[in-house]
Structure formats: structure tokens, C-alpha cells
Design a protein around this ligand. Sequence first.
Ligand code: HEM
Ligand code: HEM
Ligand code: HEM
Ligand SMILES: *[C@@H]1O[C@H](CO)[C@@H](O)[C@H](O)[C@H]1NC(C)=O
Length: 432
Amino acid sequence: MRLTTSTLLLATLARVSTAQFARFVPPSDSSITYRVNVPASTANSGSGPIFFQITGPSSKQWIALGQGQRMAGAHIYVVYADGKGNVTVSPRLGTGHIEPQFNSDARVTLLAGSGIVNGQMVANVRCDNCLQMANVRATDSRSTWLFAVKDGDPLDSTSTSAEISQHDNNGLFVFDLTQATGGNSANPFVAAAPSPSSARTGTGSNPTSNPSGAPSSPSDTAAGNYDSGSDSESSGAVSIVVTDTARMLKIHGILMGLAFAVLFPLGAIILRLLPSPHKVHIHMAVQFIAFILAIAGLSYGVMLAEDFALLKNKHPVIGMIVMGGLFFQPIVGLIHHWLFKVKGKRTILAYIHTYWGRALMILGIINGGLGLQLANNTSGGKVAYAVVAGIMGGTWLASAGVYYARGGSKAALAAREAERKETASDGENGTR
Ligand code: HEM
Ligand code: HEM
Ligand code: HEM
Ligand SMILES: *[C@@H]1O[C@H](CO)[C@@H](O)[C@H](O)[C@H]1NC(C)=O
């Protein structure tokens, strides 16, 4: 008897060892975990069932996973307590920023291992037509998903169309489904499911060194692992790659905001106000650094826009125009500076560099505001951006005004001429 159970268990583990999960833990709430598995047969044939698992504390009224790029059009699976120690999975269709309604087309089955144990809700789900309904390829390396969660008392409803109220937290993320492919188990979660009790402690994570033979739990200290962007669940059998959209957005916003609202204006202010003969070189260096940060930020912006089908949106379009236009700015600046040194006077390039640069920088600063709007950033975030951009942009435009008030390029040329004579006579003095 003992022997058969452990043989069975070993067989299960062996089978599961080929099952892979893509895992997502929201950076804003590490108590929740989503896992997705695409069985090998589904990946090979291009259609068939997928498995997903939703776990989180029972202090959540509901926890949802969705396929899509935003609420509108998303295929959503909401999990809540059924009042009998188990959970209800409610398939729904998102139509906008309103309560998603029951989707009778979805073929979802709650599997063994589901339930509410020790304050943890676990939903192990097989969905026979999720990929097809959402029109997602089984091998999509950048499939887009949504999550949302609501705190509160249990709904305790077995109805799949229970009334739910708006989330406290939501977000978007990307799964590489090729990293979620493997296994042909009828329930890949039976061995890999976090047994709710050990999930939080993170023990018993290695099945081979787990003497009790209890179902192994991936150590769910995901918040810590998370920073690497990818991690392997410690069962050794499961590898997870997650692209964290929230973090990509943050990096994009910070890099772009730093470049356009802080550094580009700073470089222009330095050029006009710094009483130093090196101001052109400092301007050059600051603008170069800003440009490099902006190029790095751009790559995140393009990925986000591609994933969430936003490339034709106002913000990305203006952003790409600005970044494309900036490409010539350092080149024109350098040639202008070089000609200036050779000829001792400004060429048309100075005007091109100055006015082109101003137009793009102003457009870029405004575009940051549009980005915050697009990303639905908090009003605090918007105010912070407006204050920083306002102070830096205002100081920059004022410094340009000061420059013209002082006589603009004529005064600058005269000063430069005087400087040159001085250094020249210094040199003469030196050699005599
Ligand atoms: C009663 C039900 C719901 C209501 C009234 C509602 C309402 C809203 C509203 C007003 C927004 C925009 C403001 C914000 O970001 O908070 C939003 C965004 C969002 N909601 Fe919901 N929601 C509901 C259910 C759900 C469910 C079940 C999901 C499951 C995944 C979800 C996922 C999202 C996501 C990912 C966003 C951000 C992307 C987007 O704007 O579409 N929502 N929702
Ligand atoms: C992406 C990179 C750059 C940007 C965005 C940029 C932007 C600007 C802007 C906006 C101004 C006018 C400042 C004002 O409002 O009064 C300016 C002036 C100037 N820039 Fe740049 N710049 C860049 C790179 C360079 C480089 C690489 C050089 C090479 C030395 C350079 C040299 C100059 C000079 C000499 C001026 C003064 C033009 C004049 O008034 O005669 N810039 N730049
Ligand atoms: C002048 C250049 C740009 C600036 C200053 C800028 C700035 C920003 C900022 C501040 C945010 C909000 C970040 C947050 O709320 O955490 C944002 C969001 C975003 N940006 Fe940009 N960005 C620029 C160019 C671009 C480009 C070229 C693209 C794509 C081609 C792009 C795509 C996006 C997307 C897709 C979002 C968020 C969408 C969402 O979450 O719904 N941005 N941007
Ligand atoms: C919850 O329901 C599923 C599917 O019917 C079942 O396999 C599982 O054992 C149930 N869990 C509990 C704790 O009753």
C-alpha cells in the first residue's frame, strides 16, 4: 500500500517534471500568484486546452485573470469563494470599464487541488477553449494578460454570474507562452500546486529532497525573485519567464521623464546661463547623456506599444516623431560647433540646431504628459511631472530669454572674440 502510493507519487512527479509554468506575481501585490501551462499537445497541434492557476489569500473578495490588452475585449476569469470551502470560477467578457458579464461560451473546469485551505484560495483550472476564444497562438511569445483583485468579505456564491464590484488593484503583463509549454498531465497542478500552508513559508520546495513526499511547493517569495524578471521555480522542473509590464512602464516613464523634463532643459540652461568657456562642451555632454537615456526608454516604449496595440496612439506617434527628429540634433550641433570654430561665425546650422532643438524638446515635454494620461497614472504622478517639467522648462525658456536680452549671438560673439584675444595675448606673453 505504502509502496504503491509512493510509486504513484513518483510517477506523478516524473510526469509533472516536464510541465512548465509561466508565473506572474503582481509587483503591487505579492500575495497573489498566477500560473499558466500550455500542454505539449496543445502547443504542437496549435489548439486544445490550457491550464491556469490563481492563488491568493481569502481576504480577497475576488481575484481575476484575463486575456487581452485592456478590459474592453478581454476574456476574464474571476475566482471567488463559493461558501462551501471551495471556489467558483466565473468566465466573463470585458466590454469596457464596467462589470464584465458572464461568458457562456467558455469551457472551464475546476480541477483537484482547488479550494480554500488555511486562508488561501486556490483555483486550478482547465480551459478547453481559452486560446481559441481569445484568438491567442499557443506559441505566442508575447501574449498579453490582465489581472485585477478586490479586497473584502467572501462573496460565498456558487453562481458564475455573481455581482462583483470594481477592483482595488489591476494591471497588465506579458507571458512568453513558449516558456509555459510542456507536459501532458490532466492536472499539472496536483504536484506543483502550492500547498497553501507551505506556500507562504517557502519550504519543501525541492521534490527530490522532500522526505514527506508531499506535493512540492514552489517557493513563493516571488517578490524577491521577481527583480530578475525571470526565475525558475525551485522544483527544478518548472521554468518561468515573465515580462513585467508594470516595471517596463515605470522604466520607460522614468527614463523619458528624466531625459525630456530634466536633462534636455538642463543642457540648454547651462548653454545660456553658465559663465564658463566650457559651456558648449557641457551642453554637448548633458544632451548626449539625455539622448542615450531617451533611446533606452524608447525601446521600452516601443515594446509596450507593440504589446498593447498602442502604436497608432497619439503619445507613441508623437514620441517617435520627436525621437526620430532628435537623431540629427547632435550631428547638426557638432558640425555647427566645428564650423563656428573654423569660421569664427554662426552658420545657418546654428539656427537649425536651436529652433529644431527647441521644437522637439517642447513637444517631448508635452508628450510626457500624454504618456501619463495614456498609462492612467495617478493624479499625484501627473502633478509631480507637471511641477518638474514646469520648473525645468520654465527656467530653460527664461534662460533663452535672458540670452536674447543680453544681445543674443552678437553679444556672445563679441565676448568670444574678447576671450580669444585675451588667450592669444596670454600665449604671446607666455612665449616671450
Ligand atoms: C465591476 C467590475 C469592474 C469595474 C466596474 C471595472 C472598472 C474599471 C475602471 C473604471 C478602470 C479604469 C480605472 C482604473 O484603472 O482603475 C478599469 C481598468 C482596468 N480593469 Fe476593470 N473593472 C471591473 C472588473 C475588472 C476585472 C474582473 C478585471 C480582470 C482582469 C479588470 C481589469 C482591469 C484592468 C487590467 C484595467 C486597466 C486596463 C484598462 O484600462 O482596461 N477589471 N476597470
Ligand atoms: C540631442 C542633442 C542636443 C539637443 C537636444 C540640443 C538642443 C539645443 C537647444 C535647444 C539649443 C538652444 C538653446 C536655447 O533654447 O537657447 C542648443 C544650442 C546649441 N547647441 Fe545643442 N543640442 C544637442 C546637442 C548638441 C551638440 C552635440 C553640440 C555640439 C557641440 C551642440 C551645440 C550647441 C551650440 C553651440 C548651441 C548654441 C547655438 C547658438 O546659439 O549659436 N548641441 N542645443
Ligand atoms: C518624447 C518621448 C516620450 C516621453 C517623454 C514619454 C513619456 C512617457 C511617460 C511619462 C509615460 C507614463 C509612465 C507611467 O505612467 O509610469 C509613458 C507611457 C507610455 N509610453 Fe511614452 N514617452 C515617450 C515616447 C514614447 C514612444 C516613442 C512610445 C512608443 C513607440 C511610447 C509608448 C508609451 C506607452 C505604450 C506608454 C504606456 C501605455 C499604457 O500603459 O497604457 N512612449 N510615456
Ligand atoms: C473543489 O472542487 C474541485 C472540482 O470539483 C474538486 O476537485 C476539489 O477537490 C474541491 N476542493 C475542495 C477543498 O473541496
